[in-house]
Design a protein around this ligand. Structure first.
Ligand SMILES: *Cc1c(COP(=O)(O)O)cnc(C)c1O
Length: 453
């Protein structure tokens, strides 16, 4: 029985922060950020800017010829790792019925679930940080100039350099998968520290790629801590720090300009009269935080970014809502951090993301695991798209916005007419690599929740 958390009893927490009662009872909640500010002001909170994202984008361009050669999965896209954007009208119809939304909605899906190389959003940040590190090493050893053709990195001299260096990461699964596959293919000695909840097939896949997988009995936080400590003892080892890495964050942020180009290609307008709402599943926060940052730089105040978390792991919502950020872990409040949503089972949020993005994000909401499974089944049965549970977390977002009664839409000048012209985008973050037998289990769980059995 929990009596006091951070010197305050639970009663006081609930009095001071009214949403706390529902959060602690694991009820789905929505919270619209009262501190949201115009981008020009909100940018004061973050040390990064447009030039940093442009630098990351240019780096990915430099690597493209090498990636096209080293990874057959991206040969067709000339070494650019990018996902499809598509309309999901049948799924939108099913969601409107499920959530009792009467007005039509324009609903798009961003399929990072099917990003090449690692089948999740982690193919953005994770692979980018591996490339960044490889470039730094090769430059420092005089083996590369940024004007060179980066296919040089496949030559024996560079390969020998990489083989004498190590990369390590702590992960619940997808980050390890992404960094492990990329870093092993580049030639680094790679170690992934995995939490107890990581899926067996992810460990197997990594081992098949020659990655050393170390398993921990505890959760993600413990795997990261151990991995960091081991890596610090070895100067040849680079530890990828999911909680605080600005490099990862910038890799994700490049998604903003990519999405903007896809919108332009399709002739979709985003302006004050046609706002864009983007719903992003959040774990530690680096992925959705970086993407939201990139989107803000690309679309300005006309894009509204909202984070989605499992009811069992609402770390970012609670961190921002209470102002405790990474001082807080949901477990301290008796919330389990046990969820089937891989990548979202994080109890302590990134303090960097929570603080840097605190006036840029419009809101946060939670949903239960059962809801994610039901949505997973609905997505498959309406659109034929197979996603992992976390990737569905963004699906209820438009209903949460349209049905909120916290005065958010009014405060933001989002009239009914403006909302009718809005585009809603679900960021689907994973699923492309889930083995068919696992996916069948997911679908069966979802089906029994939707149609009964
Ligand atoms: C990692 C991950 C996320 C969230 O990214 P964070 O950087 O941890 O917030 C969302 N969905 C999936 C499938 C993921 O693997």
């Amino acid at each position: 029985m929990i009596t006091k958390v951070y010197q305050k009893d639970l009663k006081s927490w609930k009095r001071e922060f009214p949403l706390m009662a529902s959060l602690l009872e694991l009820k789905p909640v929505s919270w619209f950020n009262p501190a949201i500010a115009p981008l020009a002001t909100a940018l004061d909170d973050i040390v990064l800017g447009a030039a940093d994202v442009a630098d990351a984008s240019a780096r990915l361009q430099r690597f493209a010829p090498f990636l096209a050669q080293a990874f057959p999965e991206v040969a067709a896209s000339n070494g650019i790792i990018e996902s499809q954007l598509l309309a999901v009208p049948e799924f939108a119809q099913a969601l409107r019925e499920r959530y009792d939304v009467s007005q039509p909605v324009k609903l798009l899906l961003k399929k990072d679930s099917h990003l090449p190389i690692s089948g999740s959003v982690k193919a953005r940040g994770g692979i980018y940080e591996v490339l960044f590190h490889a470039e730094q090493l090769a430059l420092r050893h005089g083996l590369l100039d940024i004007a060179d053709d980066y296919r040089k990195l496949a030559e024996p001299e560079c390969q020998a350099l990489f083989a004498s260096h190590k990369i390590a990461v702590g992960s619940t699964g997808n980050l390890g998968l992404s960094i492990g596959i990329a870093s092993a293919r580049l030639g680094f000695a790679t170690t992934v520290h995995m939490s107890a909840d990581a899926r067996q097939w992810k460990k197997d896949k990594l081992r098949a790629h020659g990655v050393s997988v170390i398993e921990y009995a505890g959760d993600y936080g413990q795997a990261v801590e151990q991995g960091r400590a081991e890596a610090q003892a070895d100067p040849a080892c680079h530890f990828i720090d999911d909680e605080n890495s600005t490099t990862l964050f910038l890799g994700y942020a490049v998604a903003g300009e990519r999405l903007k180009a896809q919108f332009e290609q399709r002739g979709i307008t985003v302006d004050a009269a046609h706002p864009l709402f983007v719903y992003l599943p959040c774990g530690v926060g680096g992925g959705p935080g970086g993407i939201a940052f990139g989107l803000k730089l690309a679309f300005g105040d006309h894009v509204h970014c909202i984070f989605a978390e499992p009811t069992q792991s609402p770390c970012m919502l609670m961190g921002v809502y209470t102002g405790l950020h990474d001082e807080l872990a949901v477990q301290d409040f008796g919330i389990s951090n046990q969820t089937a949503a891989d990548g979202l089972a994080v109890g302590r949020p990134s303090g960097f993301v929570g603080r840097s993005m605190q006036r840029m994000l419009d809101g946060y909401y939670t949903l239960g695991d059962d809801e994610m499974f039901a949505l997973l089944y609905l997505m498959q049965s309406t659109e034929g798209i197979a996603l992992e549970p976390s990737a569905l977390a963004g699906a209820p977002g438009f209903a949460r916005v349209l049905q909120e009664q916290q005065g958010y839409r009014q405060r933001m000048g989002l009239s009914a007419q403006v909302m009718d012209n809005a585009t809603h985008l679900i960021w689907a973050t994973g699923g492309g690599m889930v083995p068919p037998a696992e996916m069948d289990k997911y679908l069966a769980s979802g089906r029994s929740l939707v149609v009964g059995d």
